[in-house]
Design a protein around this ligand. Structure first.
Ligand code: MG
Length: 186
């Protein structure tokens, strides 16, 4: 039984409730020493640069956290994924700041009448430890999305020295984001 029975002429309660959509994103980048030994780029996580002897191998700047978040936003709107919107063989994406991908995903979300409500991400990385700079990463993402800090969460974990991630040869990120309809799209 519905909690509220609308009067004649009144729209049903579900028509007035904001529509919520959830999106999930995942990304992994191989970590290699810097050139000329390997092909690693500077290690950037959520728009924050970390000092490390290895970095992501990537066509863009290799920010795995922003890639996962971009995919989560696109996924929430059932849009094509980051690899389709920004192909890695497109020369315009070479060394590109991943904040550009996130801004475009946010623009596409807003264009459809939605806005992010909150997000939760898990970064899996053996070294360096994320914990000391976690709030800096959260603040960077909050700034990029124009969201309050308490709606942006980032967790750091190791992979317990197991497999490639645990051996420091890769960074892995999982992210979920909730978006809400902001004006009458129906
Ligand atoms: Mg990526």
């Amino acid at each position: 039984m519905p909690a509220h029975t609308p009067r004649p002429g009144e729209p049903p309660a579900e028509a007035l409730a904001p529509i919520l959509r959830i999106g999930h994103g995942y990304d992994l980048h191989r970590l290699e020493p810097m050139p000329p030994v390997g092909q690693g780029r500077p290690l950037i996580i959520g728009g924050v640069c970390f000092e490390h002897d290895r970095g992501p191998v990537s066509h863009s700047d290799g920010d795995a956290l922003l890639h996962a978040l971009t995919d989560a936003l696109l996924g929430a709107m059932a849009l094509p994924d980051i690899g389709q919107v920004f192909p890695d063989d497109d020369p315009r994406c070479e060394s590109r700041d991943s904040a550009d991908f996130l801004r475009e995903a946010l623009r596409l979300v807003r264009e459809r009448g939605y806005a992010p409500v909150n997000l939760d991400a898990t970064v899996i990385l053996e070294r360096p430890k994320l914990s000391a700079r976690k709030d800096e990463v959260r603040a960077s993402i909050a700034r990029l999305l124009g969201m309050p800090l308490d709606r942006v969460n980032v967790k750091g974990k190791t992979h317990e020295r197991v497999d490639a991630v645990g051996e420091g040869r890769a960074i892995e990120v999982h992210c979920v984001v909730l978006v809400q309809e902001i004006h009458g799209g129906r």
